[in-house]
Design a protein around this ligand. Structure first.
Ligand SMILES: Cc1cc2nc3c(=O)[nH]c(=O)nc-3n(C[C@H](O)[C@H](O)[C@H](O)COP(=O)(O)OP(=O)(O)OC[C@H]3O[C@@H](n4cnc5c(N)ncnc54)[C@H](O)[C@@H]3O)c2cc1C
Length: 625
């Protein structure tokens, strides 16, 4: 099922990439990019400042071009995020008032922490109909586009007219009681295969199901927004995503559609698959340390094969490891790196031979990976099939598929499955986007490894970079199960990680036009950093390689100026019936309350614009498009 690659050492093209990267790290990059940048500008026929997105007739994406400081001599664009009038041009005054009220409410910890109970009480007092109306006037109206893909069209078109595209996100989640939820989650997380564990030395506690993980209301909760009941339910979720993809294709020329892989299969399987992948990688790290190669970047670690053979033989292993590791090629491969290593797992014919690893404590060999049961094999096949079907629909509808990142204990499997889909559908153009969470200590390693793999295999790398939404649950779970916290120690280190990953991908785009990135953040410094770096590298918004993303109802002062300056910018647009979207809203409020507390600037800009309209007699302003 997975692609098989040869175990050859770095091919020439990759070596060249490494060389360029080394040059750039030494500050020599500008020589490389300035040449190619000017060539690109010449190729684009001088249209480099045209709007990046298609606009309705009679309107330019640079409607506010006068507000954009364009340093024409150096051909650089800078965007001003302090101009309230431009930021809220697409909103009438009632919408501004609603934003102010909602943001104020979100700044009260008590309301955010008890939002579910408060909403339940509201429903009881007002009745469903009036409660729905109240929600539509407030939270739902602020963060959700509408009930279905037809109703949301005007909003999508309005945003598009003001230079902002959409990532459609059908956000319906099952709203079930705490008890039921706990039971369902534990059921979906208990293994179908035996509990017998092998390769203990390379195992991580991160990938064990835990009773508190089944608690949907506690701090360790909300792991899977979708509750696995049976395979038919996963098919239903897939159908829903297909509708979303079609709606996205129908409402704009270059839209995105977001999906969650946990909706497409059994969470336990994702957990188990993640465990296998991580064990395999840890075994590589162990072998690298035996060859005294620890302490260097994962991608630079290369195992010398004859040493490896010697080491394994000393431990009592029998057989031609050399042949196995090189894929029985008769070439002169002497080394394998982590990417070659990972690809050995793809060759399922061979994996059973290799499930034997040294147990250092006991000084003997033991099976590293327990083989998948027939049922697990089927689960793997089905989940991948669903993902491939979604990618096919996306490709046929001219839509890009955004695979959201979830909790760390599912993420290796989600990333691996996404990668398999990218290998097939990103050959010609970037159809499938993976998501990288920069609050993870291993984020840079994940990004660089996948970029390198895409380069070697010749497909379009496509990523969404986020900071990460599940920090509190991740930390609490790590503490409870006593494993190392996977999250960076503090906010500043997450910021540094984000910018390091972003810089790496931007460099890659400048060098190799096949890479793509969505800078998904509300952080103004990060957006400014991305724009500045694009300028330095000569990356033009019109190239449609660097996208920006914010959530609907948040940070319009970032999205709209970016769009009006010609940058491809998108809002994540959740939609679904009021009652079914509430858990999503509640989770958003929880996930973003740190951010919302800091929404002081947004509130100030909203006030400023409301006051301006009042004083200039424009309170009844209606956006025209
Ligand atoms: C378009 C879009 C798509 C998204 N998709 C996903 C997705 O697929 N998966 C996902 O997980 N999230 C996703 N998110 C949410 C995202 O991960 C962040 O939670 C959210 O955007 C806030 O981060 P920020 O960069 O916008 O703002 P900031 O306010 O600058 O950053 C807040 C974030 O910093 C990190 N942080 C805060 N305090 C600390 C600390 N003490 N130590 C370490 N790190 C800390 C946390 O990640 C926190 O969410 C998405 C966000 C957007 C805008």
């Amino acid at each position: 099922m997975f692609c098989v690659r040869t175990g050859s050492a770095l091919p020439w093209a990759a070596a060249e990439g490494h060389l360029k990267r080394l040059l750039s790290r030494r500050g020599l990059r500008s020589t490389v990019t300035s040449g190619s940048g000017s060539e690109r500008r010449a190729d684009s026929g001088g249209a480099q400042r045209a709007p990046a997105r298609s606009q309705p007739p009679g309107r330019s994406g640079r409607a506010d071009g006068d507000r954009i400081t364009a340093a024409s001599a150096s051909n650089k664009i800078s965007v001003d995020f302090d101009r309230s009038r431009e930021a809220y041009k697409s909103k009438d005054s009632l919408e501004l008032l609603r934003s102010l009220v909602v943001f104020k409410l979100c700044s009260y910890d008590f309301l955010v922490e008890n939002n579910t109970e408060i909403m339940d009480l509201g429903k009881k007092i007002l009745g469903q109909k009036h409660f729905d109306q109240l929600m539509k006037m407030t939270f739902y109206g602020q963060f959700v586009a509408g009930e279905d893909h037809v109703v949301i069209r005007p909003l999508i078109q309005k945003n598009q007219a003001f230079g902002v595209g959409s990532v459609l996100d059908y956000s319906v989640e099952e709203d079930i009681s705490q008890k039921e939820s706990k039971q369902k989650k534990m059921n979906s997380c208990s293994s179908a295969a035996g509990k017998e564990s092998t390769g203990e030395h390379y195992k991580k506690k991160n990938y064990e199901a835990h009773k508190q993980f089944g608690d949907s209301q506690g701090e360790l909760n909300s792991a899977c927004p979708y509750f696995y009941v049976e395979e038919a339910k996963c098919d239903q979720h897939m159908e829903t995503f297909i509708k979303c993809i079609k709606a996205s294709g129908g409402s704009s020329m270059d839209g995105f559609s977001a999906i969650k892989v946990s909706a497409l299969g059994r969470p336990q399987f994702l957990l188990r698959f993640s465990e296998v992948l991580v064990k395999w990688q840890r075994f590589f790290t162990f072998l690298a340390s035996q060859q005294e190669k620890d302490g260097i970047e994962a991608l630079e670690q290369r195992l010398e094969l004859s040493q490896l053979q010697e080491f394994l033989t000393k431990l009592g292993a029998k057989g031609d490891f050399y042949g196995w590791f090189t894929g029985n090629k008769s070439d002169s491969t002497r080394y394998i790196d982590i990417l070659d290593w990972n690809s050995l797992l793809d060759n399922k014919e061979n994996t059973s031979d290799l499930l034997v690893v040294p147990n250092v404590k006991l000084g003997k060999l033991e099976p590293l990976l327990q083989k998948f049961t027939t049922e697990e094999e089927k689960q793997l096949k089905r989940i991948l099939q669903r993902l491939l079907i979604l990618a096919k629909h996306a490709s046929e509808n001219g839509v890009r598929l955004m695979v959201d990142a979830e909790h760390t204990y599912f993420q290796p499997a989600i990333s691996k499955l996404t990668l398999e889909t990218q290998r097939i559908y990103n050959r010609e153009k970037p159809v499938v986007f993976n998501t990288y969470q920069c609050y993870l200590k291993e984020a840079y390693e994940n990004v660089t490894m996948d970029v390198e793999l895409s380069r070697r295999e010749g497909w379009h790398f496509a990523a969404k970079l986020v900071r990460g939404a599940y920090m509190f649950q991740e930390r609490a779970r790590a503490k409870e199960l006593r494993y190392e916290d996977p999250i960076n120690p503090d906010y500043e280190s997450t910021n540094r990680m984000y910018h390091k990953c972003l810089d790496y991908v931007l460099d890659e785009i400048a060098l190799n036009k096949k890479a793509n990135v969505m800078v998904a953040s509300h952080n103004e410094d990060t957006i400014k950093h991305a724009v500045r770096r694009m300028n330095e590298l000569g990356l033009l918004p019109t190239e449609n390689k660097v996208f920006f993303g914010q959530l609907l109802g948040m940070c319009d002062q970032i999205s709209f100026p970016l769009g009006q300056a010609g940058f491809p910018v998108y809002k994540y647009v959740p939609y679904g019936p009021v009652s079914e979207v509430m858990p999503y809203l509640s989770r958003r409020a929880q996930e973003n309350r740190g951010f919302m507390k800091g929404a002081q600037k947004e509130r100030e800009l909203l006030w400023k614009e409301l006051k301006r309209r009042l004083l200039s007699g424009e309170l009844l302003y209606r956006p025209v498009y």
